[in-house]
Design a protein around this ligand. Structure first.
Ligand code: BGC
Length: 777
């Protein structure tokens, strides 16, 4: 795999501008701050190929569904996170020539994403046709401290001439989505104002009627001195700004600071929106660029203190995992429970910015282990959508709640019947996240207040979706698609049946737990939901008689009925030129083959390590992994974790590499349309749950760590039941620094050990040496 970017532990460095790979770089150099995000497109005009993207979390357009053949139950629209007003724009001209990297000659190009500080810079020397050499440098950041604000700095220095530089900072609401079903314009202008020192553009989405106010203020400096050239206002439809000209001496640096405030009607009443936005802008202007930058950096430092993962002895791996953590933190900080994590975050249009099962199955543990409050907000997001999930189930003629396959506001957006109606295992992942949260934190308050209601509705769904087959005296689940989307409309997907029965069981257990701990709350819930004892009896019957396909001879679970009737082939027998299959084979051929897109049976074995022993896991892994093409970005991480659990260390590392640098190395040649954000969480899990073997069983933290041969060691921090622990793993020992909270008893390599607040406990790998306690220092 070709490493395109300079290898550095904290930075992503690009040293050559390649117009043919522009979209790829734009994805990689995306920034976000939970409230908004943007791809790495340019401030100045660019006439080459580009996918400009400026996104606002939770602001969507209901793009009318387009399908070949309408099926009852399809959603009316796909809610898309849409490209919104471009606020980075600054046109640049020198001596009448305009800067455009698709047309101009440049040298010494360098683009650098500083992940520690959350800042993107780009610099080059522009060599004009007339021999003029102009140094240009652009810096931008989206404040993590005050997420309505963003700043950019443009520095221009004439290197071998004195002359007039012209700058036109602007806001442009005339933007489109490439992914628009009917090439519609999603925005209309509401208002605009260009004052002497600020400009405001107010746009509204059609249909969904989100109003967005974007305001900018600009300061100009010649070297260190502020200058005030006369500004000519631009006030075109959907566009505001000024242009100005500044006379600059050779070697003098002209700097433009553009401060931006963006406020939406999602957060503020429309009536006062413009004033709020302008007040934020004025506040930012009073603070100035340097103070805003310092505030942002402080917040970045805090974020990294919670979530950094260091790897000793492998810079490439270190850069990869930091990039993934960086993008996760830029996309979702958990401050707003109305928001969630799209598979591409703020880095592209694909998947519409919607929420998938990816959140619960892959992202959730990352947030749970680093900041459980954030994880709680992710759960609460689903609670807020419960009513819509009930409506969704009812629309399909079912009871209880079916969460959507894809959603922004709780309504289903997906419109391929074999997925929308059949990939119902997503309900299982939502129940599993409630379980994980309660088990990991030991805090039942979420379960009591919100979780149990969700579980009851999920159970009602499963109870109405199963089929009782009297001939076999068994419950079946017919017509589903499992996680492996290379099999559609199958019967008895083992994973789906397992998740369904487990959800019923967990719900029954939770009802009992809540009855014991909060009987009055339970009574109220039972009355409100009209929960009848006959329902509970039915759930118990389904658990007892659920059918699980298996192959006794091979000692494996069968992915679904008739999977083993297929012609059996291994991925290693395929001509590599045919991979990825989804780009080379007809859909029909893929469906008929035994090739698996992503973990399916193995996803279930991953979720329930206490139910299936290592031998069972090994047999299933040995059977399914060689038939898996890993054509979902979510696949490799789960397989890597399972390989670690079995003890297949080389395999675990090989699969880990596929997930850790998936985007930086453009592994699947598909990062152009955005990074694979949800799979980035999987790479973190491959280290923490895989190499470090972290699990919580019956409230007890357990680690069974090893260090991949390619590394010297690694460390990460977790938050566990009121404590913060920093774990440093080396081949011969584990060191635990307890940063806060009460003493903790945990198991490392199956041995019990105790950590104390403020102390560093060293646990040697060899059992004969006793743990040592040192001052944390
Ligand atoms: C995967 C799904 C996943 C979706 C979004 C698909 O390719 O098969 O499991 O939810 O991508 O990441």
């Amino acid at each position: 795999m070709k490493v395109k970017f300079g290898v550095d532990e904290w930075r992503i460095i690009e040293q050559e501008f390649d117009p043919a790979a522009n979209r790829f770089s734009e994805s990689i150099f995306s920034l976000g701050n939970e409230h908004m995000g943007l791809r790495g497109f340019f401030e100045e005009d660019y006439s080459g190929d580009s996918l400009p993207g400026t996104y606002l979390a939770g602001v969507f357009y209901p793009d009318k569904t387009r399908v070949g053949w309408w099926k009852i139950g399809y959603p009316e629209f796909f809610a898309k996170m849409i490209n919104s007003a471009n606020w980075i724009g600054v046109k640049i001209a020198s001596g009448g020539a305009s800067l455009d990297l698709a047309q101009c000659r440049i040298r010494d190009f360098r683009r650098e994403l500083d992940m520690k500080e959350g800042r993107l810079t780009r610099s080059f020397v522009w060599s004009g046709a007339d021999g003029r050499e102009t140094a240009c440098c652009f810096t931008r950041f989206l404040s993590m401290a005050e997420n309505n604000l963003a700043c950019l700095a443009v520095e221009i220095t004439p290197l071998n001439y004195a002359g007039t530089l012209s700058l036109t900072p602007y806001l442009d609401g005339d933007v489109v989505n490439e992914d628009a079903n009917y090439a519609e314009q999603f925005w209309e202008e509401v208002a605009q104002t260009v004052a002497s020192d600020w400009a405001l553009l107010v746009m509204r989405t059609k249909k969904s009627e989100f109003t967005v106010a974007t305001a900018m203020a600009v300061q100009l400096f010649l070297d260190r001195d502020e200058v005030f050239p006369s500004r000519e206002a631009i006030a075109a439809p959907q566009k505001v700004g000024w242009s100005c000209e500044v006379q600059v001496e050779q070697g003098q640096k002209l700097t433009l600071h553009k401060l931006i405030a963006v406020c939406t009607s999602r957060d503020y009443p429309v009536a006062g929106l413009n004033e709020i936005c302008l007040a934020k802008l004025r506040g930012a202007a009073a603070q100035g660029y340097a103070a805003l930058w310092a505030e942002h950096r402080r917040e970045m430092t805090r974020k990294w203190e919670e979530s950094d993962l260091t790897i000793r002895g492998d810079h490439l791996a270190q850069q990869g995992i930091r990039y993934n953590i960086f993008q996760l933190n830029q996309t979702y900080t958990g401050k707003d429970p109305r928001l969630n994590i799209g598979p591409k975050g703020f880095t592209g249009e694909k998947y519409g910015g919607g929420t998938y099962w990816d959140t619960e199955a892959f992202c959730f543990p990352f947030y749970l282990y680093t900041d459980p409050e954030v994880a709680r907000n992710l759960l609460y997001y689903r609670y807020l959508h419960l009513q819509r999930a009930r409506e969704n189930a009812a629309q399909l003629g079912l009871k209880g709640a079916l969460y959507p396959m894809v959603t922004v506001d709780g309504r289903e957006c997906h419109n391929e019947w074999e997925i929308t109606f059949e990939e119902i295992h997503r309900n299982g992942a939502i129940a599993y996240a409630i379980y994980q949260y309660t088990e990991y934190t030991g805090d039942s308050s979420y379960l009591i207040q919100y979780g149990l209601e969700v579980l009851v509705e999920l159970s009602r769904f499963w109870a109405s979706r199963v089929t009782y087959q009297p001939r076999r005296d068994q419950y079946l689940i017919l017509g589903v698609t499992g996680p492996n989307e290379y099999e559609n409309n199958v019967n008895n997907n083992w994973y789906t049946n397992t998740m369904a029965a487990w959800t019923l069981e967990y719900t029954l257990n939770s009802l009992e737990t809540v009855r014991r701990g909060a009987g009055a709350a339970l009574e109220r819930l039972v009355a409100r939901l009209g929960l009848d004892p006959s329902e509970l009896r039915q759930w118990a019957a389904i658990i007892a008689k659920m059918y699980y396909p298996r192959c006794e001879a091979a000692g494996i679970f069968e992915q679904n009925d008739q999977y083993l009737d297929k012609e059996m082939q291994l991925v290693s027998e395929l001509d590599p030129a045919e991979l990825p299959l989804n780009k080379h084979w007809s859909w029909d051929r893929i469906l008929r083959s035994n090739f698996i897109k992503q973990a399916d049976v193995l996803q279930g074995l991953y979720f329930f390590p206490e139910r299936f022993d290592r031998e069972c896991l090994r047999r299933n892994f040995d059977f399914y992994e060689p038939r898996t093409v890993h054509e979902s970005s979510l696949s490799a991480s789960v397989h890597s974790i399972l390989a670690s659990r079995i003890g297949y260390r080389d395999k675990a590392y090989e699969l880990y590499l596929r997930t850790a640098r998936l985007d930086l190395d453009n592994y699947n040649a598909d990062t152009d349309d955005g990074v694979h954000l949800t799979s980035m969480a999987g790479s973190w899990l491959a280290i923490v749950q895989g190499f470090a073997g972290m699990l919580v069983r019956e409230g007890r933290l357990q680690l069974n760590p090893y260090v991949p041969a390619q590394w010297q060691g690694y460390s990460f921090q977790i938050a566990f039941r009121g404590r913060k622990l920093k774990l440093e793993i080396a081949a011969d020992r584990v060191c635990i620094r307890q940063l806060s909270g009460e003493a903790l008893s945990l198991d490392i390599w199956g041995r019990e050990c105790l950590t104390q607040p403020g102390q560093r406990t060293v646990i040697p790998a060899r059992p004969e040496s006793a743990p040592r306690v040192q001052d944390a220092g």
